[in-house]
Design a binder for this molecule. Structure first.
Ligand SMILES: Cc1cc2nc3c(=O)[nH]c(=O)nc-3n(C[C@H](O)[C@H](O)[C@H](O)COP(=O)(O)OP(=O)(O)OC[C@H]3O[C@@H](n4cnc5c(N)ncnc54)[C@H](O)[C@@H]3O)c2cc1C
Length: 493
Protein backbone atom coordinates (compact mmCIF):
# COMPACT_ATOMS: atom_id res chain seq x y z
CA UNK A 1 0.00 0.00 0.00
CA UNK A 2 1.24 3.43 -0.88
CA UNK A 3 2.33 5.90 1.79
CA UNK A 4 1.93 9.62 1.15
CA UNK A 5 4.97 11.81 0.67
CA UNK A 6 5.28 14.51 3.32
CA UNK A 7 3.66 17.74 2.16
CA UNK A 8 5.85 20.84 1.63
CA UNK A 9 4.07 22.33 4.66
CA UNK A 10 5.04 19.39 6.90
CA UNK A 11 8.66 19.57 5.77
CA UNK A 12 8.70 23.32 6.42
CA UNK A 13 7.25 22.85 9.93
CA UNK A 14 9.85 20.21 10.77
CA UNK A 15 12.67 22.37 9.40
CA UNK A 16 11.48 25.36 11.43
CA UNK A 17 11.16 23.41 14.68
CA UNK A 18 14.36 21.32 14.43
CA UNK A 19 16.65 23.83 12.77
CA UNK A 20 19.64 23.11 10.54
CA UNK A 21 21.18 20.63 13.00
CA UNK A 22 18.01 18.57 13.13
CA UNK A 23 16.57 18.65 9.62
CA UNK A 24 17.91 18.04 6.15
CA UNK A 25 16.42 17.08 2.83
CA UNK A 26 19.79 17.36 1.09
CA UNK A 27 20.46 14.02 -0.69
CA UNK A 28 24.14 14.23 0.31
CA UNK A 29 23.19 14.30 4.03
CA UNK A 30 20.77 11.42 3.62
CA UNK A 31 22.90 9.15 1.45
CA UNK A 32 25.14 7.61 4.19
CA UNK A 33 22.09 6.44 6.15
CA UNK A 34 19.96 4.94 3.39
CA UNK A 35 21.86 1.67 3.01
CA UNK A 36 21.90 -1.02 5.68
CA UNK A 37 25.04 -2.25 7.46
CA UNK A 38 25.30 -5.41 5.35
CA UNK A 39 24.72 -3.41 2.16
CA UNK A 40 21.76 -5.52 1.16
CA UNK A 41 19.12 -2.78 0.76
CA UNK A 42 19.13 0.88 -0.18
CA UNK A 43 16.06 2.94 0.56
CA UNK A 44 14.85 6.48 0.07
CA UNK A 45 13.59 9.17 2.42
CA UNK A 46 12.17 12.64 1.94
CA UNK A 47 14.16 14.04 4.86
CA UNK A 48 16.57 13.15 7.64
CA UNK A 49 15.08 14.36 10.90
CA UNK A 50 17.15 14.36 14.10
CA UNK A 51 15.35 15.50 17.25
CA UNK A 52 17.52 16.94 20.02
CA UNK A 53 15.19 16.00 22.88
CA UNK A 54 12.02 14.09 23.70
CA UNK A 55 9.76 17.08 23.04
CA UNK A 56 11.16 17.48 19.53
CA UNK A 57 10.76 13.72 18.99
CA UNK A 58 7.09 13.93 20.01
CA UNK A 59 6.60 16.91 17.69
CA UNK A 60 8.04 14.94 14.76
CA UNK A 61 5.82 11.90 15.34
CA UNK A 62 2.67 13.98 15.88
CA UNK A 63 3.35 16.00 12.72
CA UNK A 64 3.96 12.86 10.64
CA UNK A 65 0.89 11.13 12.13
CA UNK A 66 -1.31 14.05 11.11
CA UNK A 67 -0.49 13.31 7.45
CA UNK A 68 -0.11 9.52 7.75
CA UNK A 69 3.54 9.84 6.74
CA UNK A 70 5.83 6.87 7.42
CA UNK A 71 8.61 7.15 10.00
CA UNK A 72 11.69 4.92 10.05
CA UNK A 73 13.57 5.21 13.37
CA UNK A 74 17.31 4.84 13.16
CA UNK A 75 20.06 4.63 15.77
CA UNK A 76 23.53 3.42 14.80
CA UNK A 77 22.25 1.66 11.65
CA UNK A 78 24.09 -1.51 12.71
CA UNK A 79 21.01 -3.70 12.23
CA UNK A 80 21.88 -7.06 10.72
CA UNK A 81 18.40 -7.31 9.17
CA UNK A 82 18.00 -3.88 7.55
CA UNK A 83 15.55 -2.84 10.26
CA UNK A 84 16.47 0.85 10.04
CA UNK A 85 16.58 1.19 6.26
CA UNK A 86 13.67 3.09 4.65
CA UNK A 87 13.36 0.63 1.77
CA UNK A 88 10.21 -0.61 0.05
CA UNK A 89 7.90 2.00 1.54
CA UNK A 90 6.78 4.02 -1.48
CA UNK A 91 6.65 3.20 -5.17
CA UNK A 92 10.15 2.42 -6.51
CA UNK A 93 12.24 5.58 -6.53
CA UNK A 94 9.73 7.49 -4.40
CA UNK A 95 11.00 9.14 -1.20
CA UNK A 96 7.99 9.01 1.14
CA UNK A 97 9.37 8.24 4.58
CA UNK A 98 10.97 10.44 7.20
CA UNK A 99 14.20 8.88 8.41
CA UNK A 100 14.26 9.79 12.10
CA UNK A 101 17.79 9.57 13.43
CA UNK A 102 18.12 9.48 17.20
CA UNK A 103 21.85 10.13 17.19
CA UNK A 104 21.56 13.69 18.53
CA UNK A 105 19.83 12.49 21.68
CA UNK A 106 22.98 11.28 23.41
CA UNK A 107 22.76 12.54 26.96
CA UNK A 108 23.25 10.37 29.98
CA UNK A 109 20.54 11.99 32.07
CA UNK A 110 21.58 10.39 35.35
CA UNK A 111 23.62 7.57 36.84
CA UNK A 112 22.67 6.32 40.27
CA UNK A 113 24.96 3.92 42.07
CA UNK A 114 22.37 3.80 44.87
CA UNK A 115 19.63 2.64 42.47
CA UNK A 116 22.07 0.66 40.30
CA UNK A 117 20.48 2.41 37.32
CA UNK A 118 21.39 4.74 34.48
CA UNK A 119 18.99 6.89 32.45
CA UNK A 120 20.35 7.16 28.92
CA UNK A 121 18.84 8.83 25.90
CA UNK A 122 18.11 6.78 22.81
CA UNK A 123 21.13 8.00 20.83
CA UNK A 124 23.74 7.10 23.46
CA UNK A 125 26.26 4.74 21.87
CA UNK A 126 26.83 1.50 23.79
CA UNK A 127 30.57 2.12 24.30
CA UNK A 128 29.77 5.53 25.85
CA UNK A 129 27.20 3.89 28.11
CA UNK A 130 29.89 1.46 29.29
CA UNK A 131 32.18 4.42 30.07
CA UNK A 132 29.46 6.29 31.97
CA UNK A 133 28.69 3.23 34.10
CA UNK A 134 32.39 2.64 34.78
CA UNK A 135 32.84 6.26 35.85
CA UNK A 136 30.20 5.59 38.54
CA UNK A 137 31.96 2.41 39.67
CA UNK A 138 29.32 0.24 38.00
CA UNK A 139 28.91 -1.78 34.82
CA UNK A 140 26.27 -2.10 32.12
CA UNK A 141 26.42 -5.85 31.47
CA UNK A 142 25.65 -6.09 27.75
CA UNK A 143 28.24 -5.88 25.03
CA UNK A 144 28.51 -6.72 21.36
CA UNK A 145 30.94 -6.21 18.52
CA UNK A 146 29.04 -3.18 17.18
CA UNK A 147 29.38 -1.33 20.51
CA UNK A 148 30.98 1.67 18.81
CA UNK A 149 27.82 2.20 16.70
CA UNK A 150 24.82 0.56 18.33
CA UNK A 151 22.66 2.96 20.36
CA UNK A 152 20.43 2.54 23.38
CA UNK A 153 17.30 3.01 21.24
CA UNK A 154 18.42 0.36 18.75
CA UNK A 155 19.49 -2.06 21.47
CA UNK A 156 16.12 -1.68 23.20
CA UNK A 157 14.13 -1.93 19.98
CA UNK A 158 15.91 -5.10 18.85
CA UNK A 159 16.08 -6.63 22.35
CA UNK A 160 19.79 -7.08 21.63
CA UNK A 161 21.71 -9.97 23.12
CA UNK A 162 25.49 -10.06 22.88
CA UNK A 163 28.11 -11.84 24.89
CA UNK A 164 26.79 -11.73 28.48
CA UNK A 165 23.26 -13.05 28.01
CA UNK A 166 24.32 -16.25 29.77
CA UNK A 167 24.44 -14.39 33.07
CA UNK A 168 22.38 -11.22 32.65
CA UNK A 169 19.88 -11.97 29.89
CA UNK A 170 19.19 -9.77 26.84
CA UNK A 171 18.07 -6.11 26.87
CA UNK A 172 14.60 -7.19 27.97
CA UNK A 173 15.98 -8.11 31.38
CA UNK A 174 18.10 -4.96 31.68
CA UNK A 175 15.49 -2.30 30.92
CA UNK A 176 13.87 -0.93 34.07
CA UNK A 177 11.95 1.87 32.43
CA UNK A 178 11.27 3.54 29.10
CA UNK A 179 10.31 6.89 27.69
CA UNK A 180 8.82 6.70 24.22
CA UNK A 181 6.66 8.54 21.74
CA UNK A 182 3.67 6.45 20.70
CA UNK A 183 2.50 6.52 17.07
CA UNK A 184 -0.11 9.23 17.76
CA UNK A 185 2.57 11.55 19.18
CA UNK A 186 1.70 10.98 22.85
CA UNK A 187 4.52 10.42 25.34
CA UNK A 188 4.81 7.26 27.40
CA UNK A 189 6.73 8.42 30.48
CA UNK A 190 8.01 5.47 32.46
CA UNK A 191 11.61 6.08 33.45
CA UNK A 192 11.27 5.37 37.19
CA UNK A 193 13.72 2.58 38.08
CA UNK A 194 11.06 0.34 39.59
CA UNK A 195 12.03 -3.25 40.29
CA UNK A 196 8.41 -4.16 40.82
CA UNK A 197 5.38 -2.73 39.03
CA UNK A 198 2.25 -4.79 38.52
CA UNK A 199 -0.10 -2.20 37.07
CA UNK A 200 -1.39 -4.50 34.34
CA UNK A 201 0.18 -4.82 30.90
CA UNK A 202 3.89 -4.02 30.83
CA UNK A 203 3.89 -1.64 27.87
CA UNK A 204 7.66 -1.22 27.82
CA UNK A 205 8.00 -4.91 27.01
CA UNK A 206 6.03 -4.32 23.80
CA UNK A 207 8.45 -1.63 22.71
CA UNK A 208 11.47 -3.76 23.64
CA UNK A 209 12.04 -5.90 20.57
CA UNK A 210 9.30 -3.96 18.74
CA UNK A 211 11.80 -2.89 16.05
CA UNK A 212 10.40 0.65 15.97
CA UNK A 213 6.99 -0.54 14.80
CA UNK A 214 5.11 0.57 17.94
CA UNK A 215 6.84 3.81 18.88
CA UNK A 216 9.97 5.88 19.04
CA UNK A 217 12.10 5.20 22.11
CA UNK A 218 13.58 8.45 23.43
CA UNK A 219 15.27 7.23 26.65
CA UNK A 220 15.66 4.15 28.81
CA UNK A 221 16.45 3.42 32.43
CA UNK A 222 18.90 0.54 32.44
CA UNK A 223 20.07 -1.80 35.15
CA UNK A 224 23.67 -1.55 36.32
CA UNK A 225 25.65 -4.20 38.15
CA UNK A 226 28.81 -4.01 40.27
CA UNK A 227 32.03 -3.30 38.42
CA UNK A 228 34.29 -6.25 37.75
CA UNK A 229 37.22 -6.77 40.07
CA UNK A 230 39.02 -9.07 37.71
CA UNK A 231 38.24 -11.14 34.67
CA UNK A 232 39.78 -14.35 33.37
CA UNK A 233 39.54 -15.06 29.66
CA UNK A 234 40.35 -18.57 28.45
CA UNK A 235 40.70 -20.05 24.97
CA UNK A 236 39.92 -23.74 24.90
CA UNK A 237 40.37 -26.39 22.19
CA UNK A 238 38.17 -29.48 22.05
CA UNK A 239 36.86 -32.12 19.69
CA UNK A 240 33.13 -32.13 20.39
CA UNK A 241 30.41 -29.51 20.77
CA UNK A 242 28.47 -31.87 23.09
CA UNK A 243 31.42 -31.88 25.47
CA UNK A 244 31.48 -28.10 25.32
CA UNK A 245 28.11 -28.11 27.06
CA UNK A 246 29.33 -30.61 29.65
CA UNK A 247 32.19 -28.20 30.29
CA UNK A 248 29.76 -25.29 30.68
CA UNK A 249 27.82 -27.09 33.38
CA UNK A 250 31.07 -28.11 35.11
CA UNK A 251 32.23 -24.49 35.11
CA UNK A 252 28.90 -23.37 36.56
CA UNK A 253 29.07 -26.04 39.25
CA UNK A 254 32.54 -24.95 40.29
CA UNK A 255 32.44 -21.20 39.66
CA UNK A 256 28.77 -20.37 40.00
CA UNK A 257 27.56 -17.17 38.39
CA UNK A 258 31.10 -16.01 37.62
CA UNK A 259 30.86 -17.45 34.11
CA UNK A 260 29.56 -14.70 31.83
CA UNK A 261 30.54 -15.66 28.29
CA UNK A 262 30.70 -19.01 26.60
CA UNK A 263 31.38 -18.52 22.90
CA UNK A 264 31.93 -21.17 20.26
CA UNK A 265 34.38 -20.81 17.36
CA UNK A 266 34.84 -23.72 14.93
CA UNK A 267 38.25 -24.54 13.42
CA UNK A 268 37.31 -23.02 10.05
CA UNK A 269 36.11 -19.85 11.81
CA UNK A 270 39.45 -19.42 13.56
CA UNK A 271 41.22 -20.10 10.26
CA UNK A 272 39.18 -17.33 8.57
CA UNK A 273 40.14 -14.85 11.28
CA UNK A 274 43.83 -15.77 11.11
CA UNK A 275 43.72 -15.41 7.31
CA UNK A 276 41.89 -12.10 7.07
CA UNK A 277 42.42 -10.12 10.27
CA UNK A 278 45.91 -8.62 10.53
CA UNK A 279 47.80 -9.12 13.78
CA UNK A 280 45.88 -12.19 14.95
CA UNK A 281 47.54 -15.45 15.91
CA UNK A 282 46.44 -18.91 17.02
CA UNK A 283 46.31 -19.15 20.83
CA UNK A 284 46.89 -22.92 21.04
CA UNK A 285 49.68 -25.05 19.55
CA UNK A 286 47.32 -27.51 17.84
CA UNK A 287 44.23 -27.03 15.75
CA UNK A 288 40.97 -28.25 17.31
CA UNK A 289 37.61 -28.95 15.66
CA UNK A 290 36.01 -26.53 18.11
CA UNK A 291 37.29 -23.66 20.21
CA UNK A 292 35.63 -21.93 23.12
CA UNK A 293 36.15 -18.48 24.50
CA UNK A 294 35.16 -18.41 28.15
CA UNK A 295 35.09 -15.31 30.32
CA UNK A 296 34.62 -15.54 34.07
CA UNK A 297 34.69 -12.57 36.42
CA UNK A 298 35.10 -11.90 40.11
CA UNK A 299 33.88 -8.90 42.08
CA UNK A 300 36.33 -6.42 43.56
CA UNK A 301 38.10 -7.79 46.60
CA UNK A 302 37.19 -11.42 45.85
CA UNK A 303 39.63 -14.25 45.26
CA UNK A 304 41.31 -13.89 41.84
CA UNK A 305 39.14 -15.65 39.29
CA UNK A 306 42.00 -16.93 37.11
CA UNK A 307 43.22 -18.92 40.11
CA UNK A 308 39.81 -20.62 40.31
CA UNK A 309 39.28 -21.11 36.56
CA UNK A 310 42.68 -22.79 35.95
CA UNK A 311 42.06 -25.85 38.16
CA UNK A 312 38.60 -26.44 36.66
CA UNK A 313 40.08 -26.41 33.15
CA UNK A 314 42.80 -28.79 34.39
CA UNK A 315 40.10 -31.11 35.70
CA UNK A 316 38.28 -30.89 32.33
CA UNK A 317 41.48 -31.91 30.51
CA UNK A 318 41.98 -34.84 32.88
CA UNK A 319 38.39 -35.95 32.32
CA UNK A 320 38.92 -35.77 28.55
CA UNK A 321 36.26 -33.08 28.05
CA UNK A 322 38.67 -30.66 26.43
CA UNK A 323 42.04 -31.03 24.73
CA UNK A 324 43.94 -27.87 25.62
CA UNK A 325 43.39 -24.44 27.14
CA UNK A 326 45.17 -21.20 27.82
CA UNK A 327 44.20 -18.36 30.15
CA UNK A 328 45.15 -14.82 29.13
CA UNK A 329 47.98 -13.55 31.33
CA UNK A 330 47.16 -9.87 30.82
CA UNK A 331 44.32 -7.57 29.76
CA UNK A 332 45.91 -7.14 26.34
CA UNK A 333 46.06 -10.92 25.88
CA UNK A 334 42.42 -11.11 26.96
CA UNK A 335 41.52 -8.48 24.36
CA UNK A 336 43.44 -10.46 21.71
CA UNK A 337 41.39 -13.57 22.49
CA UNK A 338 38.17 -11.56 22.23
CA UNK A 339 39.36 -10.17 18.89
CA UNK A 340 39.49 -13.73 17.55
CA UNK A 341 35.81 -14.14 18.41
CA UNK A 342 34.50 -10.69 17.63
CA UNK A 343 36.18 -10.31 14.24
CA UNK A 344 34.78 -13.59 12.94
CA UNK A 345 31.87 -11.93 11.09
CA UNK A 346 34.23 -9.45 9.47
CA UNK A 347 36.67 -12.22 8.47
CA UNK A 348 33.81 -14.21 6.99
CA UNK A 349 32.65 -11.20 4.98
CA UNK A 350 36.16 -10.62 3.64
CA UNK A 351 36.32 -14.22 2.53
CA UNK A 352 33.20 -14.07 0.37
CA UNK A 353 29.44 -14.19 0.46
CA UNK A 354 27.41 -16.10 3.05
CA UNK A 355 23.72 -16.52 3.79
CA UNK A 356 23.49 -15.50 7.46
CA UNK A 357 21.21 -16.96 10.10
CA UNK A 358 20.85 -16.10 13.78
CA UNK A 359 19.13 -19.10 15.30
CA UNK A 360 18.18 -20.44 18.72
CA UNK A 361 17.19 -23.88 19.96
CA UNK A 362 17.19 -25.18 23.54
CA UNK A 363 20.81 -25.11 24.74
CA UNK A 364 21.09 -28.87 25.18
CA UNK A 365 19.80 -29.48 21.61
CA UNK A 366 22.25 -27.13 19.90
CA UNK A 367 25.19 -29.51 19.23
CA UNK A 368 22.88 -32.08 17.66
CA UNK A 369 21.00 -29.42 15.71
CA UNK A 370 24.20 -27.93 14.30
CA UNK A 371 25.35 -31.35 13.06
CA UNK A 372 21.97 -32.28 11.55
CA UNK A 373 21.45 -28.90 9.93
CA UNK A 374 24.97 -28.85 8.45
CA UNK A 375 24.41 -32.30 6.93
CA UNK A 376 20.99 -31.33 5.56
CA UNK A 377 22.35 -28.12 4.00
CA UNK A 378 25.30 -29.96 2.44
CA UNK A 379 22.95 -32.51 0.90
CA UNK A 380 20.44 -29.97 -0.42
CA UNK A 381 22.97 -27.37 -1.62
CA UNK A 382 26.05 -29.28 -2.81
CA UNK A 383 29.29 -27.41 -2.18
CA UNK A 384 27.75 -24.84 0.18
CA UNK A 385 29.80 -24.53 3.37
CA UNK A 386 27.89 -24.16 6.67
CA UNK A 387 29.70 -22.59 9.59
CA UNK A 388 28.24 -22.20 13.10
CA UNK A 389 29.66 -19.94 15.77
CA UNK A 390 28.64 -17.74 18.65
CA UNK A 391 26.70 -17.82 21.86
CA UNK A 392 26.55 -21.56 22.53
CA UNK A 393 25.88 -21.00 26.23
CA UNK A 394 22.61 -19.26 25.27
CA UNK A 395 21.57 -21.88 22.69
CA UNK A 396 22.15 -19.27 19.97
CA UNK A 397 24.59 -19.61 17.10
CA UNK A 398 25.12 -17.77 13.87
CA UNK A 399 24.55 -20.61 11.43
CA UNK A 400 25.89 -19.13 8.22
CA UNK A 401 26.14 -20.86 4.88
CA UNK A 402 29.11 -19.78 2.80
CA UNK A 403 29.21 -19.92 -0.96
CA UNK A 404 30.95 -22.99 -2.44
CA UNK A 405 34.71 -22.70 -2.71
CA UNK A 406 36.38 -22.73 -6.10
CA UNK A 407 34.71 -21.80 -9.36
CA UNK A 408 36.73 -19.08 -10.96
CA UNK A 409 36.81 -17.46 -7.52
CA UNK A 410 36.59 -14.01 -9.05
CA UNK A 411 33.21 -12.91 -7.73
CA UNK A 412 33.54 -13.96 -4.07
CA UNK A 413 30.42 -16.12 -4.39
CA UNK A 414 28.18 -13.23 -5.50
CA UNK A 415 26.51 -15.16 -8.32
CA UNK A 416 25.83 -18.12 -6.02
CA UNK A 417 24.46 -15.79 -3.37
CA UNK A 418 22.16 -13.99 -5.79
CA UNK A 419 20.79 -17.28 -7.14
CA UNK A 420 20.63 -19.36 -3.97
CA UNK A 421 20.75 -17.42 -0.68
CA UNK A 422 16.99 -16.85 -0.39
CA UNK A 423 16.32 -20.56 -0.80
CA UNK A 424 19.13 -21.50 1.61
CA UNK A 425 17.72 -19.16 4.26
CA UNK A 426 14.18 -20.45 3.85
CA UNK A 427 15.57 -23.99 4.23
CA UNK A 428 17.58 -23.19 7.40
CA UNK A 429 14.74 -21.20 8.95
CA UNK A 430 12.43 -24.14 8.23
CA UNK A 431 14.82 -26.56 9.94
CA UNK A 432 15.11 -24.45 13.07
CA UNK A 433 11.35 -23.86 13.26
CA UNK A 434 10.72 -27.62 12.92
CA UNK A 435 13.17 -28.15 15.77
CA UNK A 436 11.05 -25.89 18.00
CA UNK A 437 13.55 -23.05 17.82
CA UNK A 438 13.65 -19.43 16.70
CA UNK A 439 14.78 -18.10 13.31
CA UNK A 440 15.83 -14.87 15.04
CA UNK A 441 17.60 -15.22 18.35
CA UNK A 442 18.88 -11.68 18.76
CA UNK A 443 19.03 -9.65 15.53
CA UNK A 444 15.28 -9.28 15.00
CA UNK A 445 13.27 -9.70 11.81
CA UNK A 446 13.71 -6.32 10.11
CA UNK A 447 13.21 -6.27 6.38
CA UNK A 448 15.57 -9.09 5.43
CA UNK A 449 13.79 -11.86 7.37
CA UNK A 450 10.22 -10.63 7.14
CA UNK A 451 9.07 -12.98 4.37
CA UNK A 452 10.41 -16.11 6.09
CA UNK A 453 9.07 -14.99 9.45
CA UNK A 454 5.58 -14.38 8.13
CA UNK A 455 5.55 -17.72 6.38
CA UNK A 456 6.81 -19.71 9.36
CA UNK A 457 5.25 -17.92 12.32
CA UNK A 458 2.47 -19.60 14.24
CA UNK A 459 -0.88 -18.11 13.03
CA UNK A 460 -2.08 -17.27 16.55
CA UNK A 461 1.10 -15.38 17.26
CA UNK A 462 0.89 -13.50 13.95
CA UNK A 463 -2.73 -12.49 14.58
CA UNK A 464 -1.94 -11.26 18.10
CA UNK A 465 1.01 -9.23 16.83
CA UNK A 466 -1.10 -7.62 14.12
CA UNK A 467 -3.85 -6.83 16.63
CA UNK A 468 -1.33 -5.05 18.87
CA UNK A 469 0.10 -3.18 15.90
CA UNK A 470 -3.31 -2.00 14.73
CA UNK A 471 -4.35 -0.99 18.23
CA UNK A 472 -1.30 1.21 18.78
CA UNK A 473 -0.55 2.30 15.22
CA UNK A 474 -3.78 2.09 13.21
CA UNK A 475 -2.36 4.14 10.34
CA UNK A 476 0.73 1.93 10.20
CA UNK A 477 3.18 4.83 10.15
CA UNK A 478 5.88 3.34 12.40
CA UNK A 479 8.63 1.59 10.47
CA UNK A 480 6.43 0.06 7.75
CA UNK A 481 7.88 -3.04 6.16
CA UNK A 482 9.98 -4.05 9.17
CA UNK A 483 8.80 -7.15 11.04
CA UNK A 484 5.18 -7.01 9.79
CA UNK A 485 3.64 -6.99 6.32
CA UNK A 486 3.55 -3.64 4.57
CA UNK A 487 0.15 -4.42 3.04
CA UNK A 488 -1.47 -4.62 6.48
CA UNK A 489 -1.22 -0.85 6.89
CA UNK A 490 -4.93 -0.31 7.16
CA UNK A 491 -6.16 -3.90 7.25
CA UNK A 492 -7.85 -5.40 10.30
CA UNK A 493 -6.49 -8.67 11.70
C1 LIG B 1 29.58 -6.39 13.89
C2 LIG B 1 28.21 -6.52 14.49
C3 LIG B 1 28.01 -7.36 15.56
C4 LIG B 1 26.75 -7.49 16.13
N1 LIG B 1 26.61 -8.32 17.20
C5 LIG B 1 25.40 -8.44 17.77
C6 LIG B 1 25.22 -9.30 18.89
O1 LIG B 1 26.14 -9.97 19.35
N2 LIG B 1 23.99 -9.35 19.45
C7 LIG B 1 22.94 -8.62 18.96
O2 LIG B 1 21.84 -8.71 19.51
N3 LIG B 1 23.08 -7.82 17.88
C8 LIG B 1 24.27 -7.71 17.28
N4 LIG B 1 24.41 -6.91 16.19
C9 LIG B 1 23.24 -6.20 15.62
C10 LIG B 1 23.08 -4.75 16.07
O3 LIG B 1 24.25 -4.20 16.59
C11 LIG B 1 21.98 -4.64 17.10
O4 LIG B 1 20.77 -5.02 16.51
C12 LIG B 1 21.80 -3.24 17.71
O5 LIG B 1 20.85 -3.34 18.74
C13 LIG B 1 21.33 -2.21 16.71
O6 LIG B 1 21.49 -0.91 17.29
P1 LIG B 1 21.45 0.38 16.37
O7 LIG B 1 21.46 1.58 17.25
O8 LIG B 1 22.53 0.31 15.34
O9 LIG B 1 20.03 0.24 15.70
P2 LIG B 1 19.61 0.43 14.18
O10 LIG B 1 20.33 -0.53 13.33
O11 LIG B 1 19.68 1.86 13.81
O12 LIG B 1 18.06 0.01 14.30
C14 LIG B 1 17.71 -1.31 14.64
C15 LIG B 1 16.18 -1.39 14.76
O13 LIG B 1 15.74 -0.62 15.87
C16 LIG B 1 14.89 0.45 15.44
N5 LIG B 1 15.27 1.62 16.24
C17 LIG B 1 16.49 2.18 16.36
N6 LIG B 1 16.44 3.19 17.25
C18 LIG B 1 15.16 3.27 17.67
C19 LIG B 1 14.48 4.11 18.59
N7 LIG B 1 15.10 5.07 19.26
N8 LIG B 1 13.16 3.91 18.79
C20 LIG B 1 12.48 2.93 18.13
N9 LIG B 1 13.09 2.10 17.24
C21 LIG B 1 14.41 2.27 17.03
C22 LIG B 1 15.13 0.60 13.96
O14 LIG B 1 14.02 1.13 13.28
C23 LIG B 1 15.43 -0.83 13.57
O15 LIG B 1 14.23 -1.55 13.41
C24 LIG B 1 25.66 -6.76 15.60
C25 LIG B 1 25.86 -5.90 14.52
C26 LIG B 1 27.12 -5.79 13.95
C27 LIG B 1 27.28 -4.86 12.79
Amino acid sequence: MRYPSPSPGLLARLAARLGRAGFSSDPADLAPWLTDWRRRLTGAAAALVSPADAEEAAFVVAAAAAEGVAIVPQGGNSSMVAGATPAGIGEPGEACALLVSMRRMRQIRSVSAADNAVVAEAGVVLADLHDAAAAAGRRFPLSLAAKGNATVGGLVSTNAGGTQVLRFGPMRSLVLGLEAVLPDGSMLRGLAPLRKDNRGYDLKQLLIGGEGTLGLVTAATLRLVPAIGERAVAWIGLRSAEQALTLLRLLEDRLGESVESFELVPAEGLALVLRHIPGTRAPLADSWEWNLLVEAVSPRGAEAIAGRLGPVLGEAIERGLIGDATIAASESQADSLWTLRESLSEAEARDGMAAKHDIAVPVADMPGFMARAAAAVAERFPGARPIAFGHLGDGNVHFNVRAPAGGDGSDGGRAWFAATATEVSRFVHGLVTEAGGSMSAEHGIGRLKRADFLQLVDPARRAAMLAIKHALDPAGIMNPGALLPLADRRARP
